[in-house]
Design a protein around this ligand. Structure first.
Ligand code: ARG
Length: 403
């Protein structure tokens, strides 16, 4: 093994302890890489902390734009929501981080990559499956999986080694944040019967405290990608930031999920994802207007597959490439605008329009101007009902409840 390791460094307790531990246990030079995916914080302080704890080098990579354009938006186009609830913020960031760590390891000539994940979660799987796919020869070290320390012992270790303990370590929660959402676990949340305490929410107002007047927002899409808010063109990062603020103010985007982890356990997870909630809803509303019934039915199945593969760490698979190609193709006419009402925790689509709308007023209306040929209905019903009539005559219609 060469004497260098690239560590994915968050600045938190575990990865700070990991710097020291990698030096002590493996005698490695630690290069700390911190990836900015929109988890607002003081990155120069994070960088300095890595150096103070003992890293030989510390780099911060601004990956917000890449994250949005190459990870978040493809997931939005696919309508990827895990188990109908989780909009996949953490899961989407992992393959990107893996790629950037591999890049750094190559540049630095490091033979190993380290991450701070434990052995119980999904993130270790996502990191390692991705790293192994991108750079099969690189060794992976997972200190928090190896060292066998409890949280308290980790804190003691930090104290013994003069590693500053972040205030977040005194909070019982494990938190991961990026532009697409905030994931919160541990502490009282591990009791699925107890209501999440208000203190865990930092992106969203409680619906009770949200404004008594609704807010409205119009989102413009081009081929499935959101490009405007209230008519104003915005780049992806700014658009998401704007929506996080706006929808968060109205209490939109809180999720309490009894989640099935890849490693087989159920886990209670809380999410805040205001922009993701609004954008996924708006995008689906526009698809409902511009895609045919068959396209929509099939796309819903693809959405489930797509969400699962993101969740399960299979981003760098050819299966993903296949689905992504289908999804992209499906967006050719998904352009137009959606208007949403934001009110006390709810986002509701209240308007949609598109130059490619398949909704036809003259076909749908019950008023004058109706162009639907009602005289054709009996013939349609006659043919449509043919197999049912035939079967009923031969086999009867007796139902289960009669037995
Ligand atoms: N359960 C989510 C996932 O697997 C979130 C994980 C969040 N990680 C954390 N350290 N809090 O994607």
């Amino acid at each position: 093994m060469s004497d260098k390791v690239v560590l994915a460094y968050s600045g938190g307790l575990d990865t700070s302890v990991a710097i020291k531990w990698l030096i002590e246990k493996y005698n490695l030079d630690v290069i700390a890489v911190t990836i900015d995916v929109g988890n607002e914080r003081d990155f120069s302080a994070v960088r300095q902390k890595a150096l103070n704890v003992g890293a030989v080098k510390a780099v911060v990579v601004d990956a917000k734009e890449t994250f949005v354009n190459h990870f978040v938006f493809p997931a939005l186009l696919a309508d990827a929501i895990y188990e109908g609830q989780y909009t996949l913020a953490t899961a989407l960031s992992r393959p990107l981080m893996a790629r950037l760590m591999v890049d750094t390891a190559r540049e630095e000539g490091a033979a190993a990559i380290a991450h701070g994940c434990t052995g119980k979660g999904n993130d270790q799987v996502r990191f390692e499956v991705s790293i192994n796919a991108l750079a099969p020869g690189l060794q992976i070290i997972a200190p928090a999986r190896e060292w066998g320390m409890t949280r308290e012992e980790t804190i003691n270790y930090a104290q013994r080694h003069n590693i500053p303990i972040p205030i977040t370590a005194s909070s019982p929660y494990s938190i991961d944040e990026n532009l697409w959402g905030k994931s919160i676990e541990c502490g009282v949340l591990e009791d699925p019967w107890s209501e999440p305490p208000e203190e865990i929410y930092t992106w969203t107002k409680s619906p009770e405290a949200a404004p008594d007047k609704p807010g409205y927002v119009e989102i413009g899409f081009e081929e499935g990608i959101p490009v405007t808010i209230d008519g104003q063109k915005l780049d992806g990062v700014s658009l998401i930031q704007r929506l996080n603020d706006l929808a968060g103010t109205h209490g939109v985007g809180r999720v309490d999920h009894m989640e099935n982890r890849l490693v087989g356990i159920k886990s209670r997870e809380i999410y805040e994802a205001p922009a993701a909630t609004v954008l996924l809803q708006a995008h689906q509303a526009l698809e409902a207007m511009t895609l045919s019934k068959d396209q929509l039915r099939f796309k819903q199945r693809v959405a489930g597959e797509y969400a699962d593969l993101i969740y399960n760490g299979l981003w760098f698979s050819q299966y993903h490439q296949d689905l992504a190609a289908y999804v992209k193709s499906s967006q050719r006419f998904v352009s137009g605008e959606v208007r949403l009402k934001l009110f006390k925790g709810n986002a509701t689509v209240v308007g949609r329009k598109s130059p490619f709308s398949l909704y036809s007023y003259s076909l749908a209306t019950y008023d004058k101007g109706d162009e639907f040929d009602q005289s054709a209905a009996p013939g349609f019903i006659h043919i449509w009902g043919l197999p049912v009539r035939n079967q009923a005559q031969v086999q009867g219609t007796s139902s289960l409840e009669e037995k």
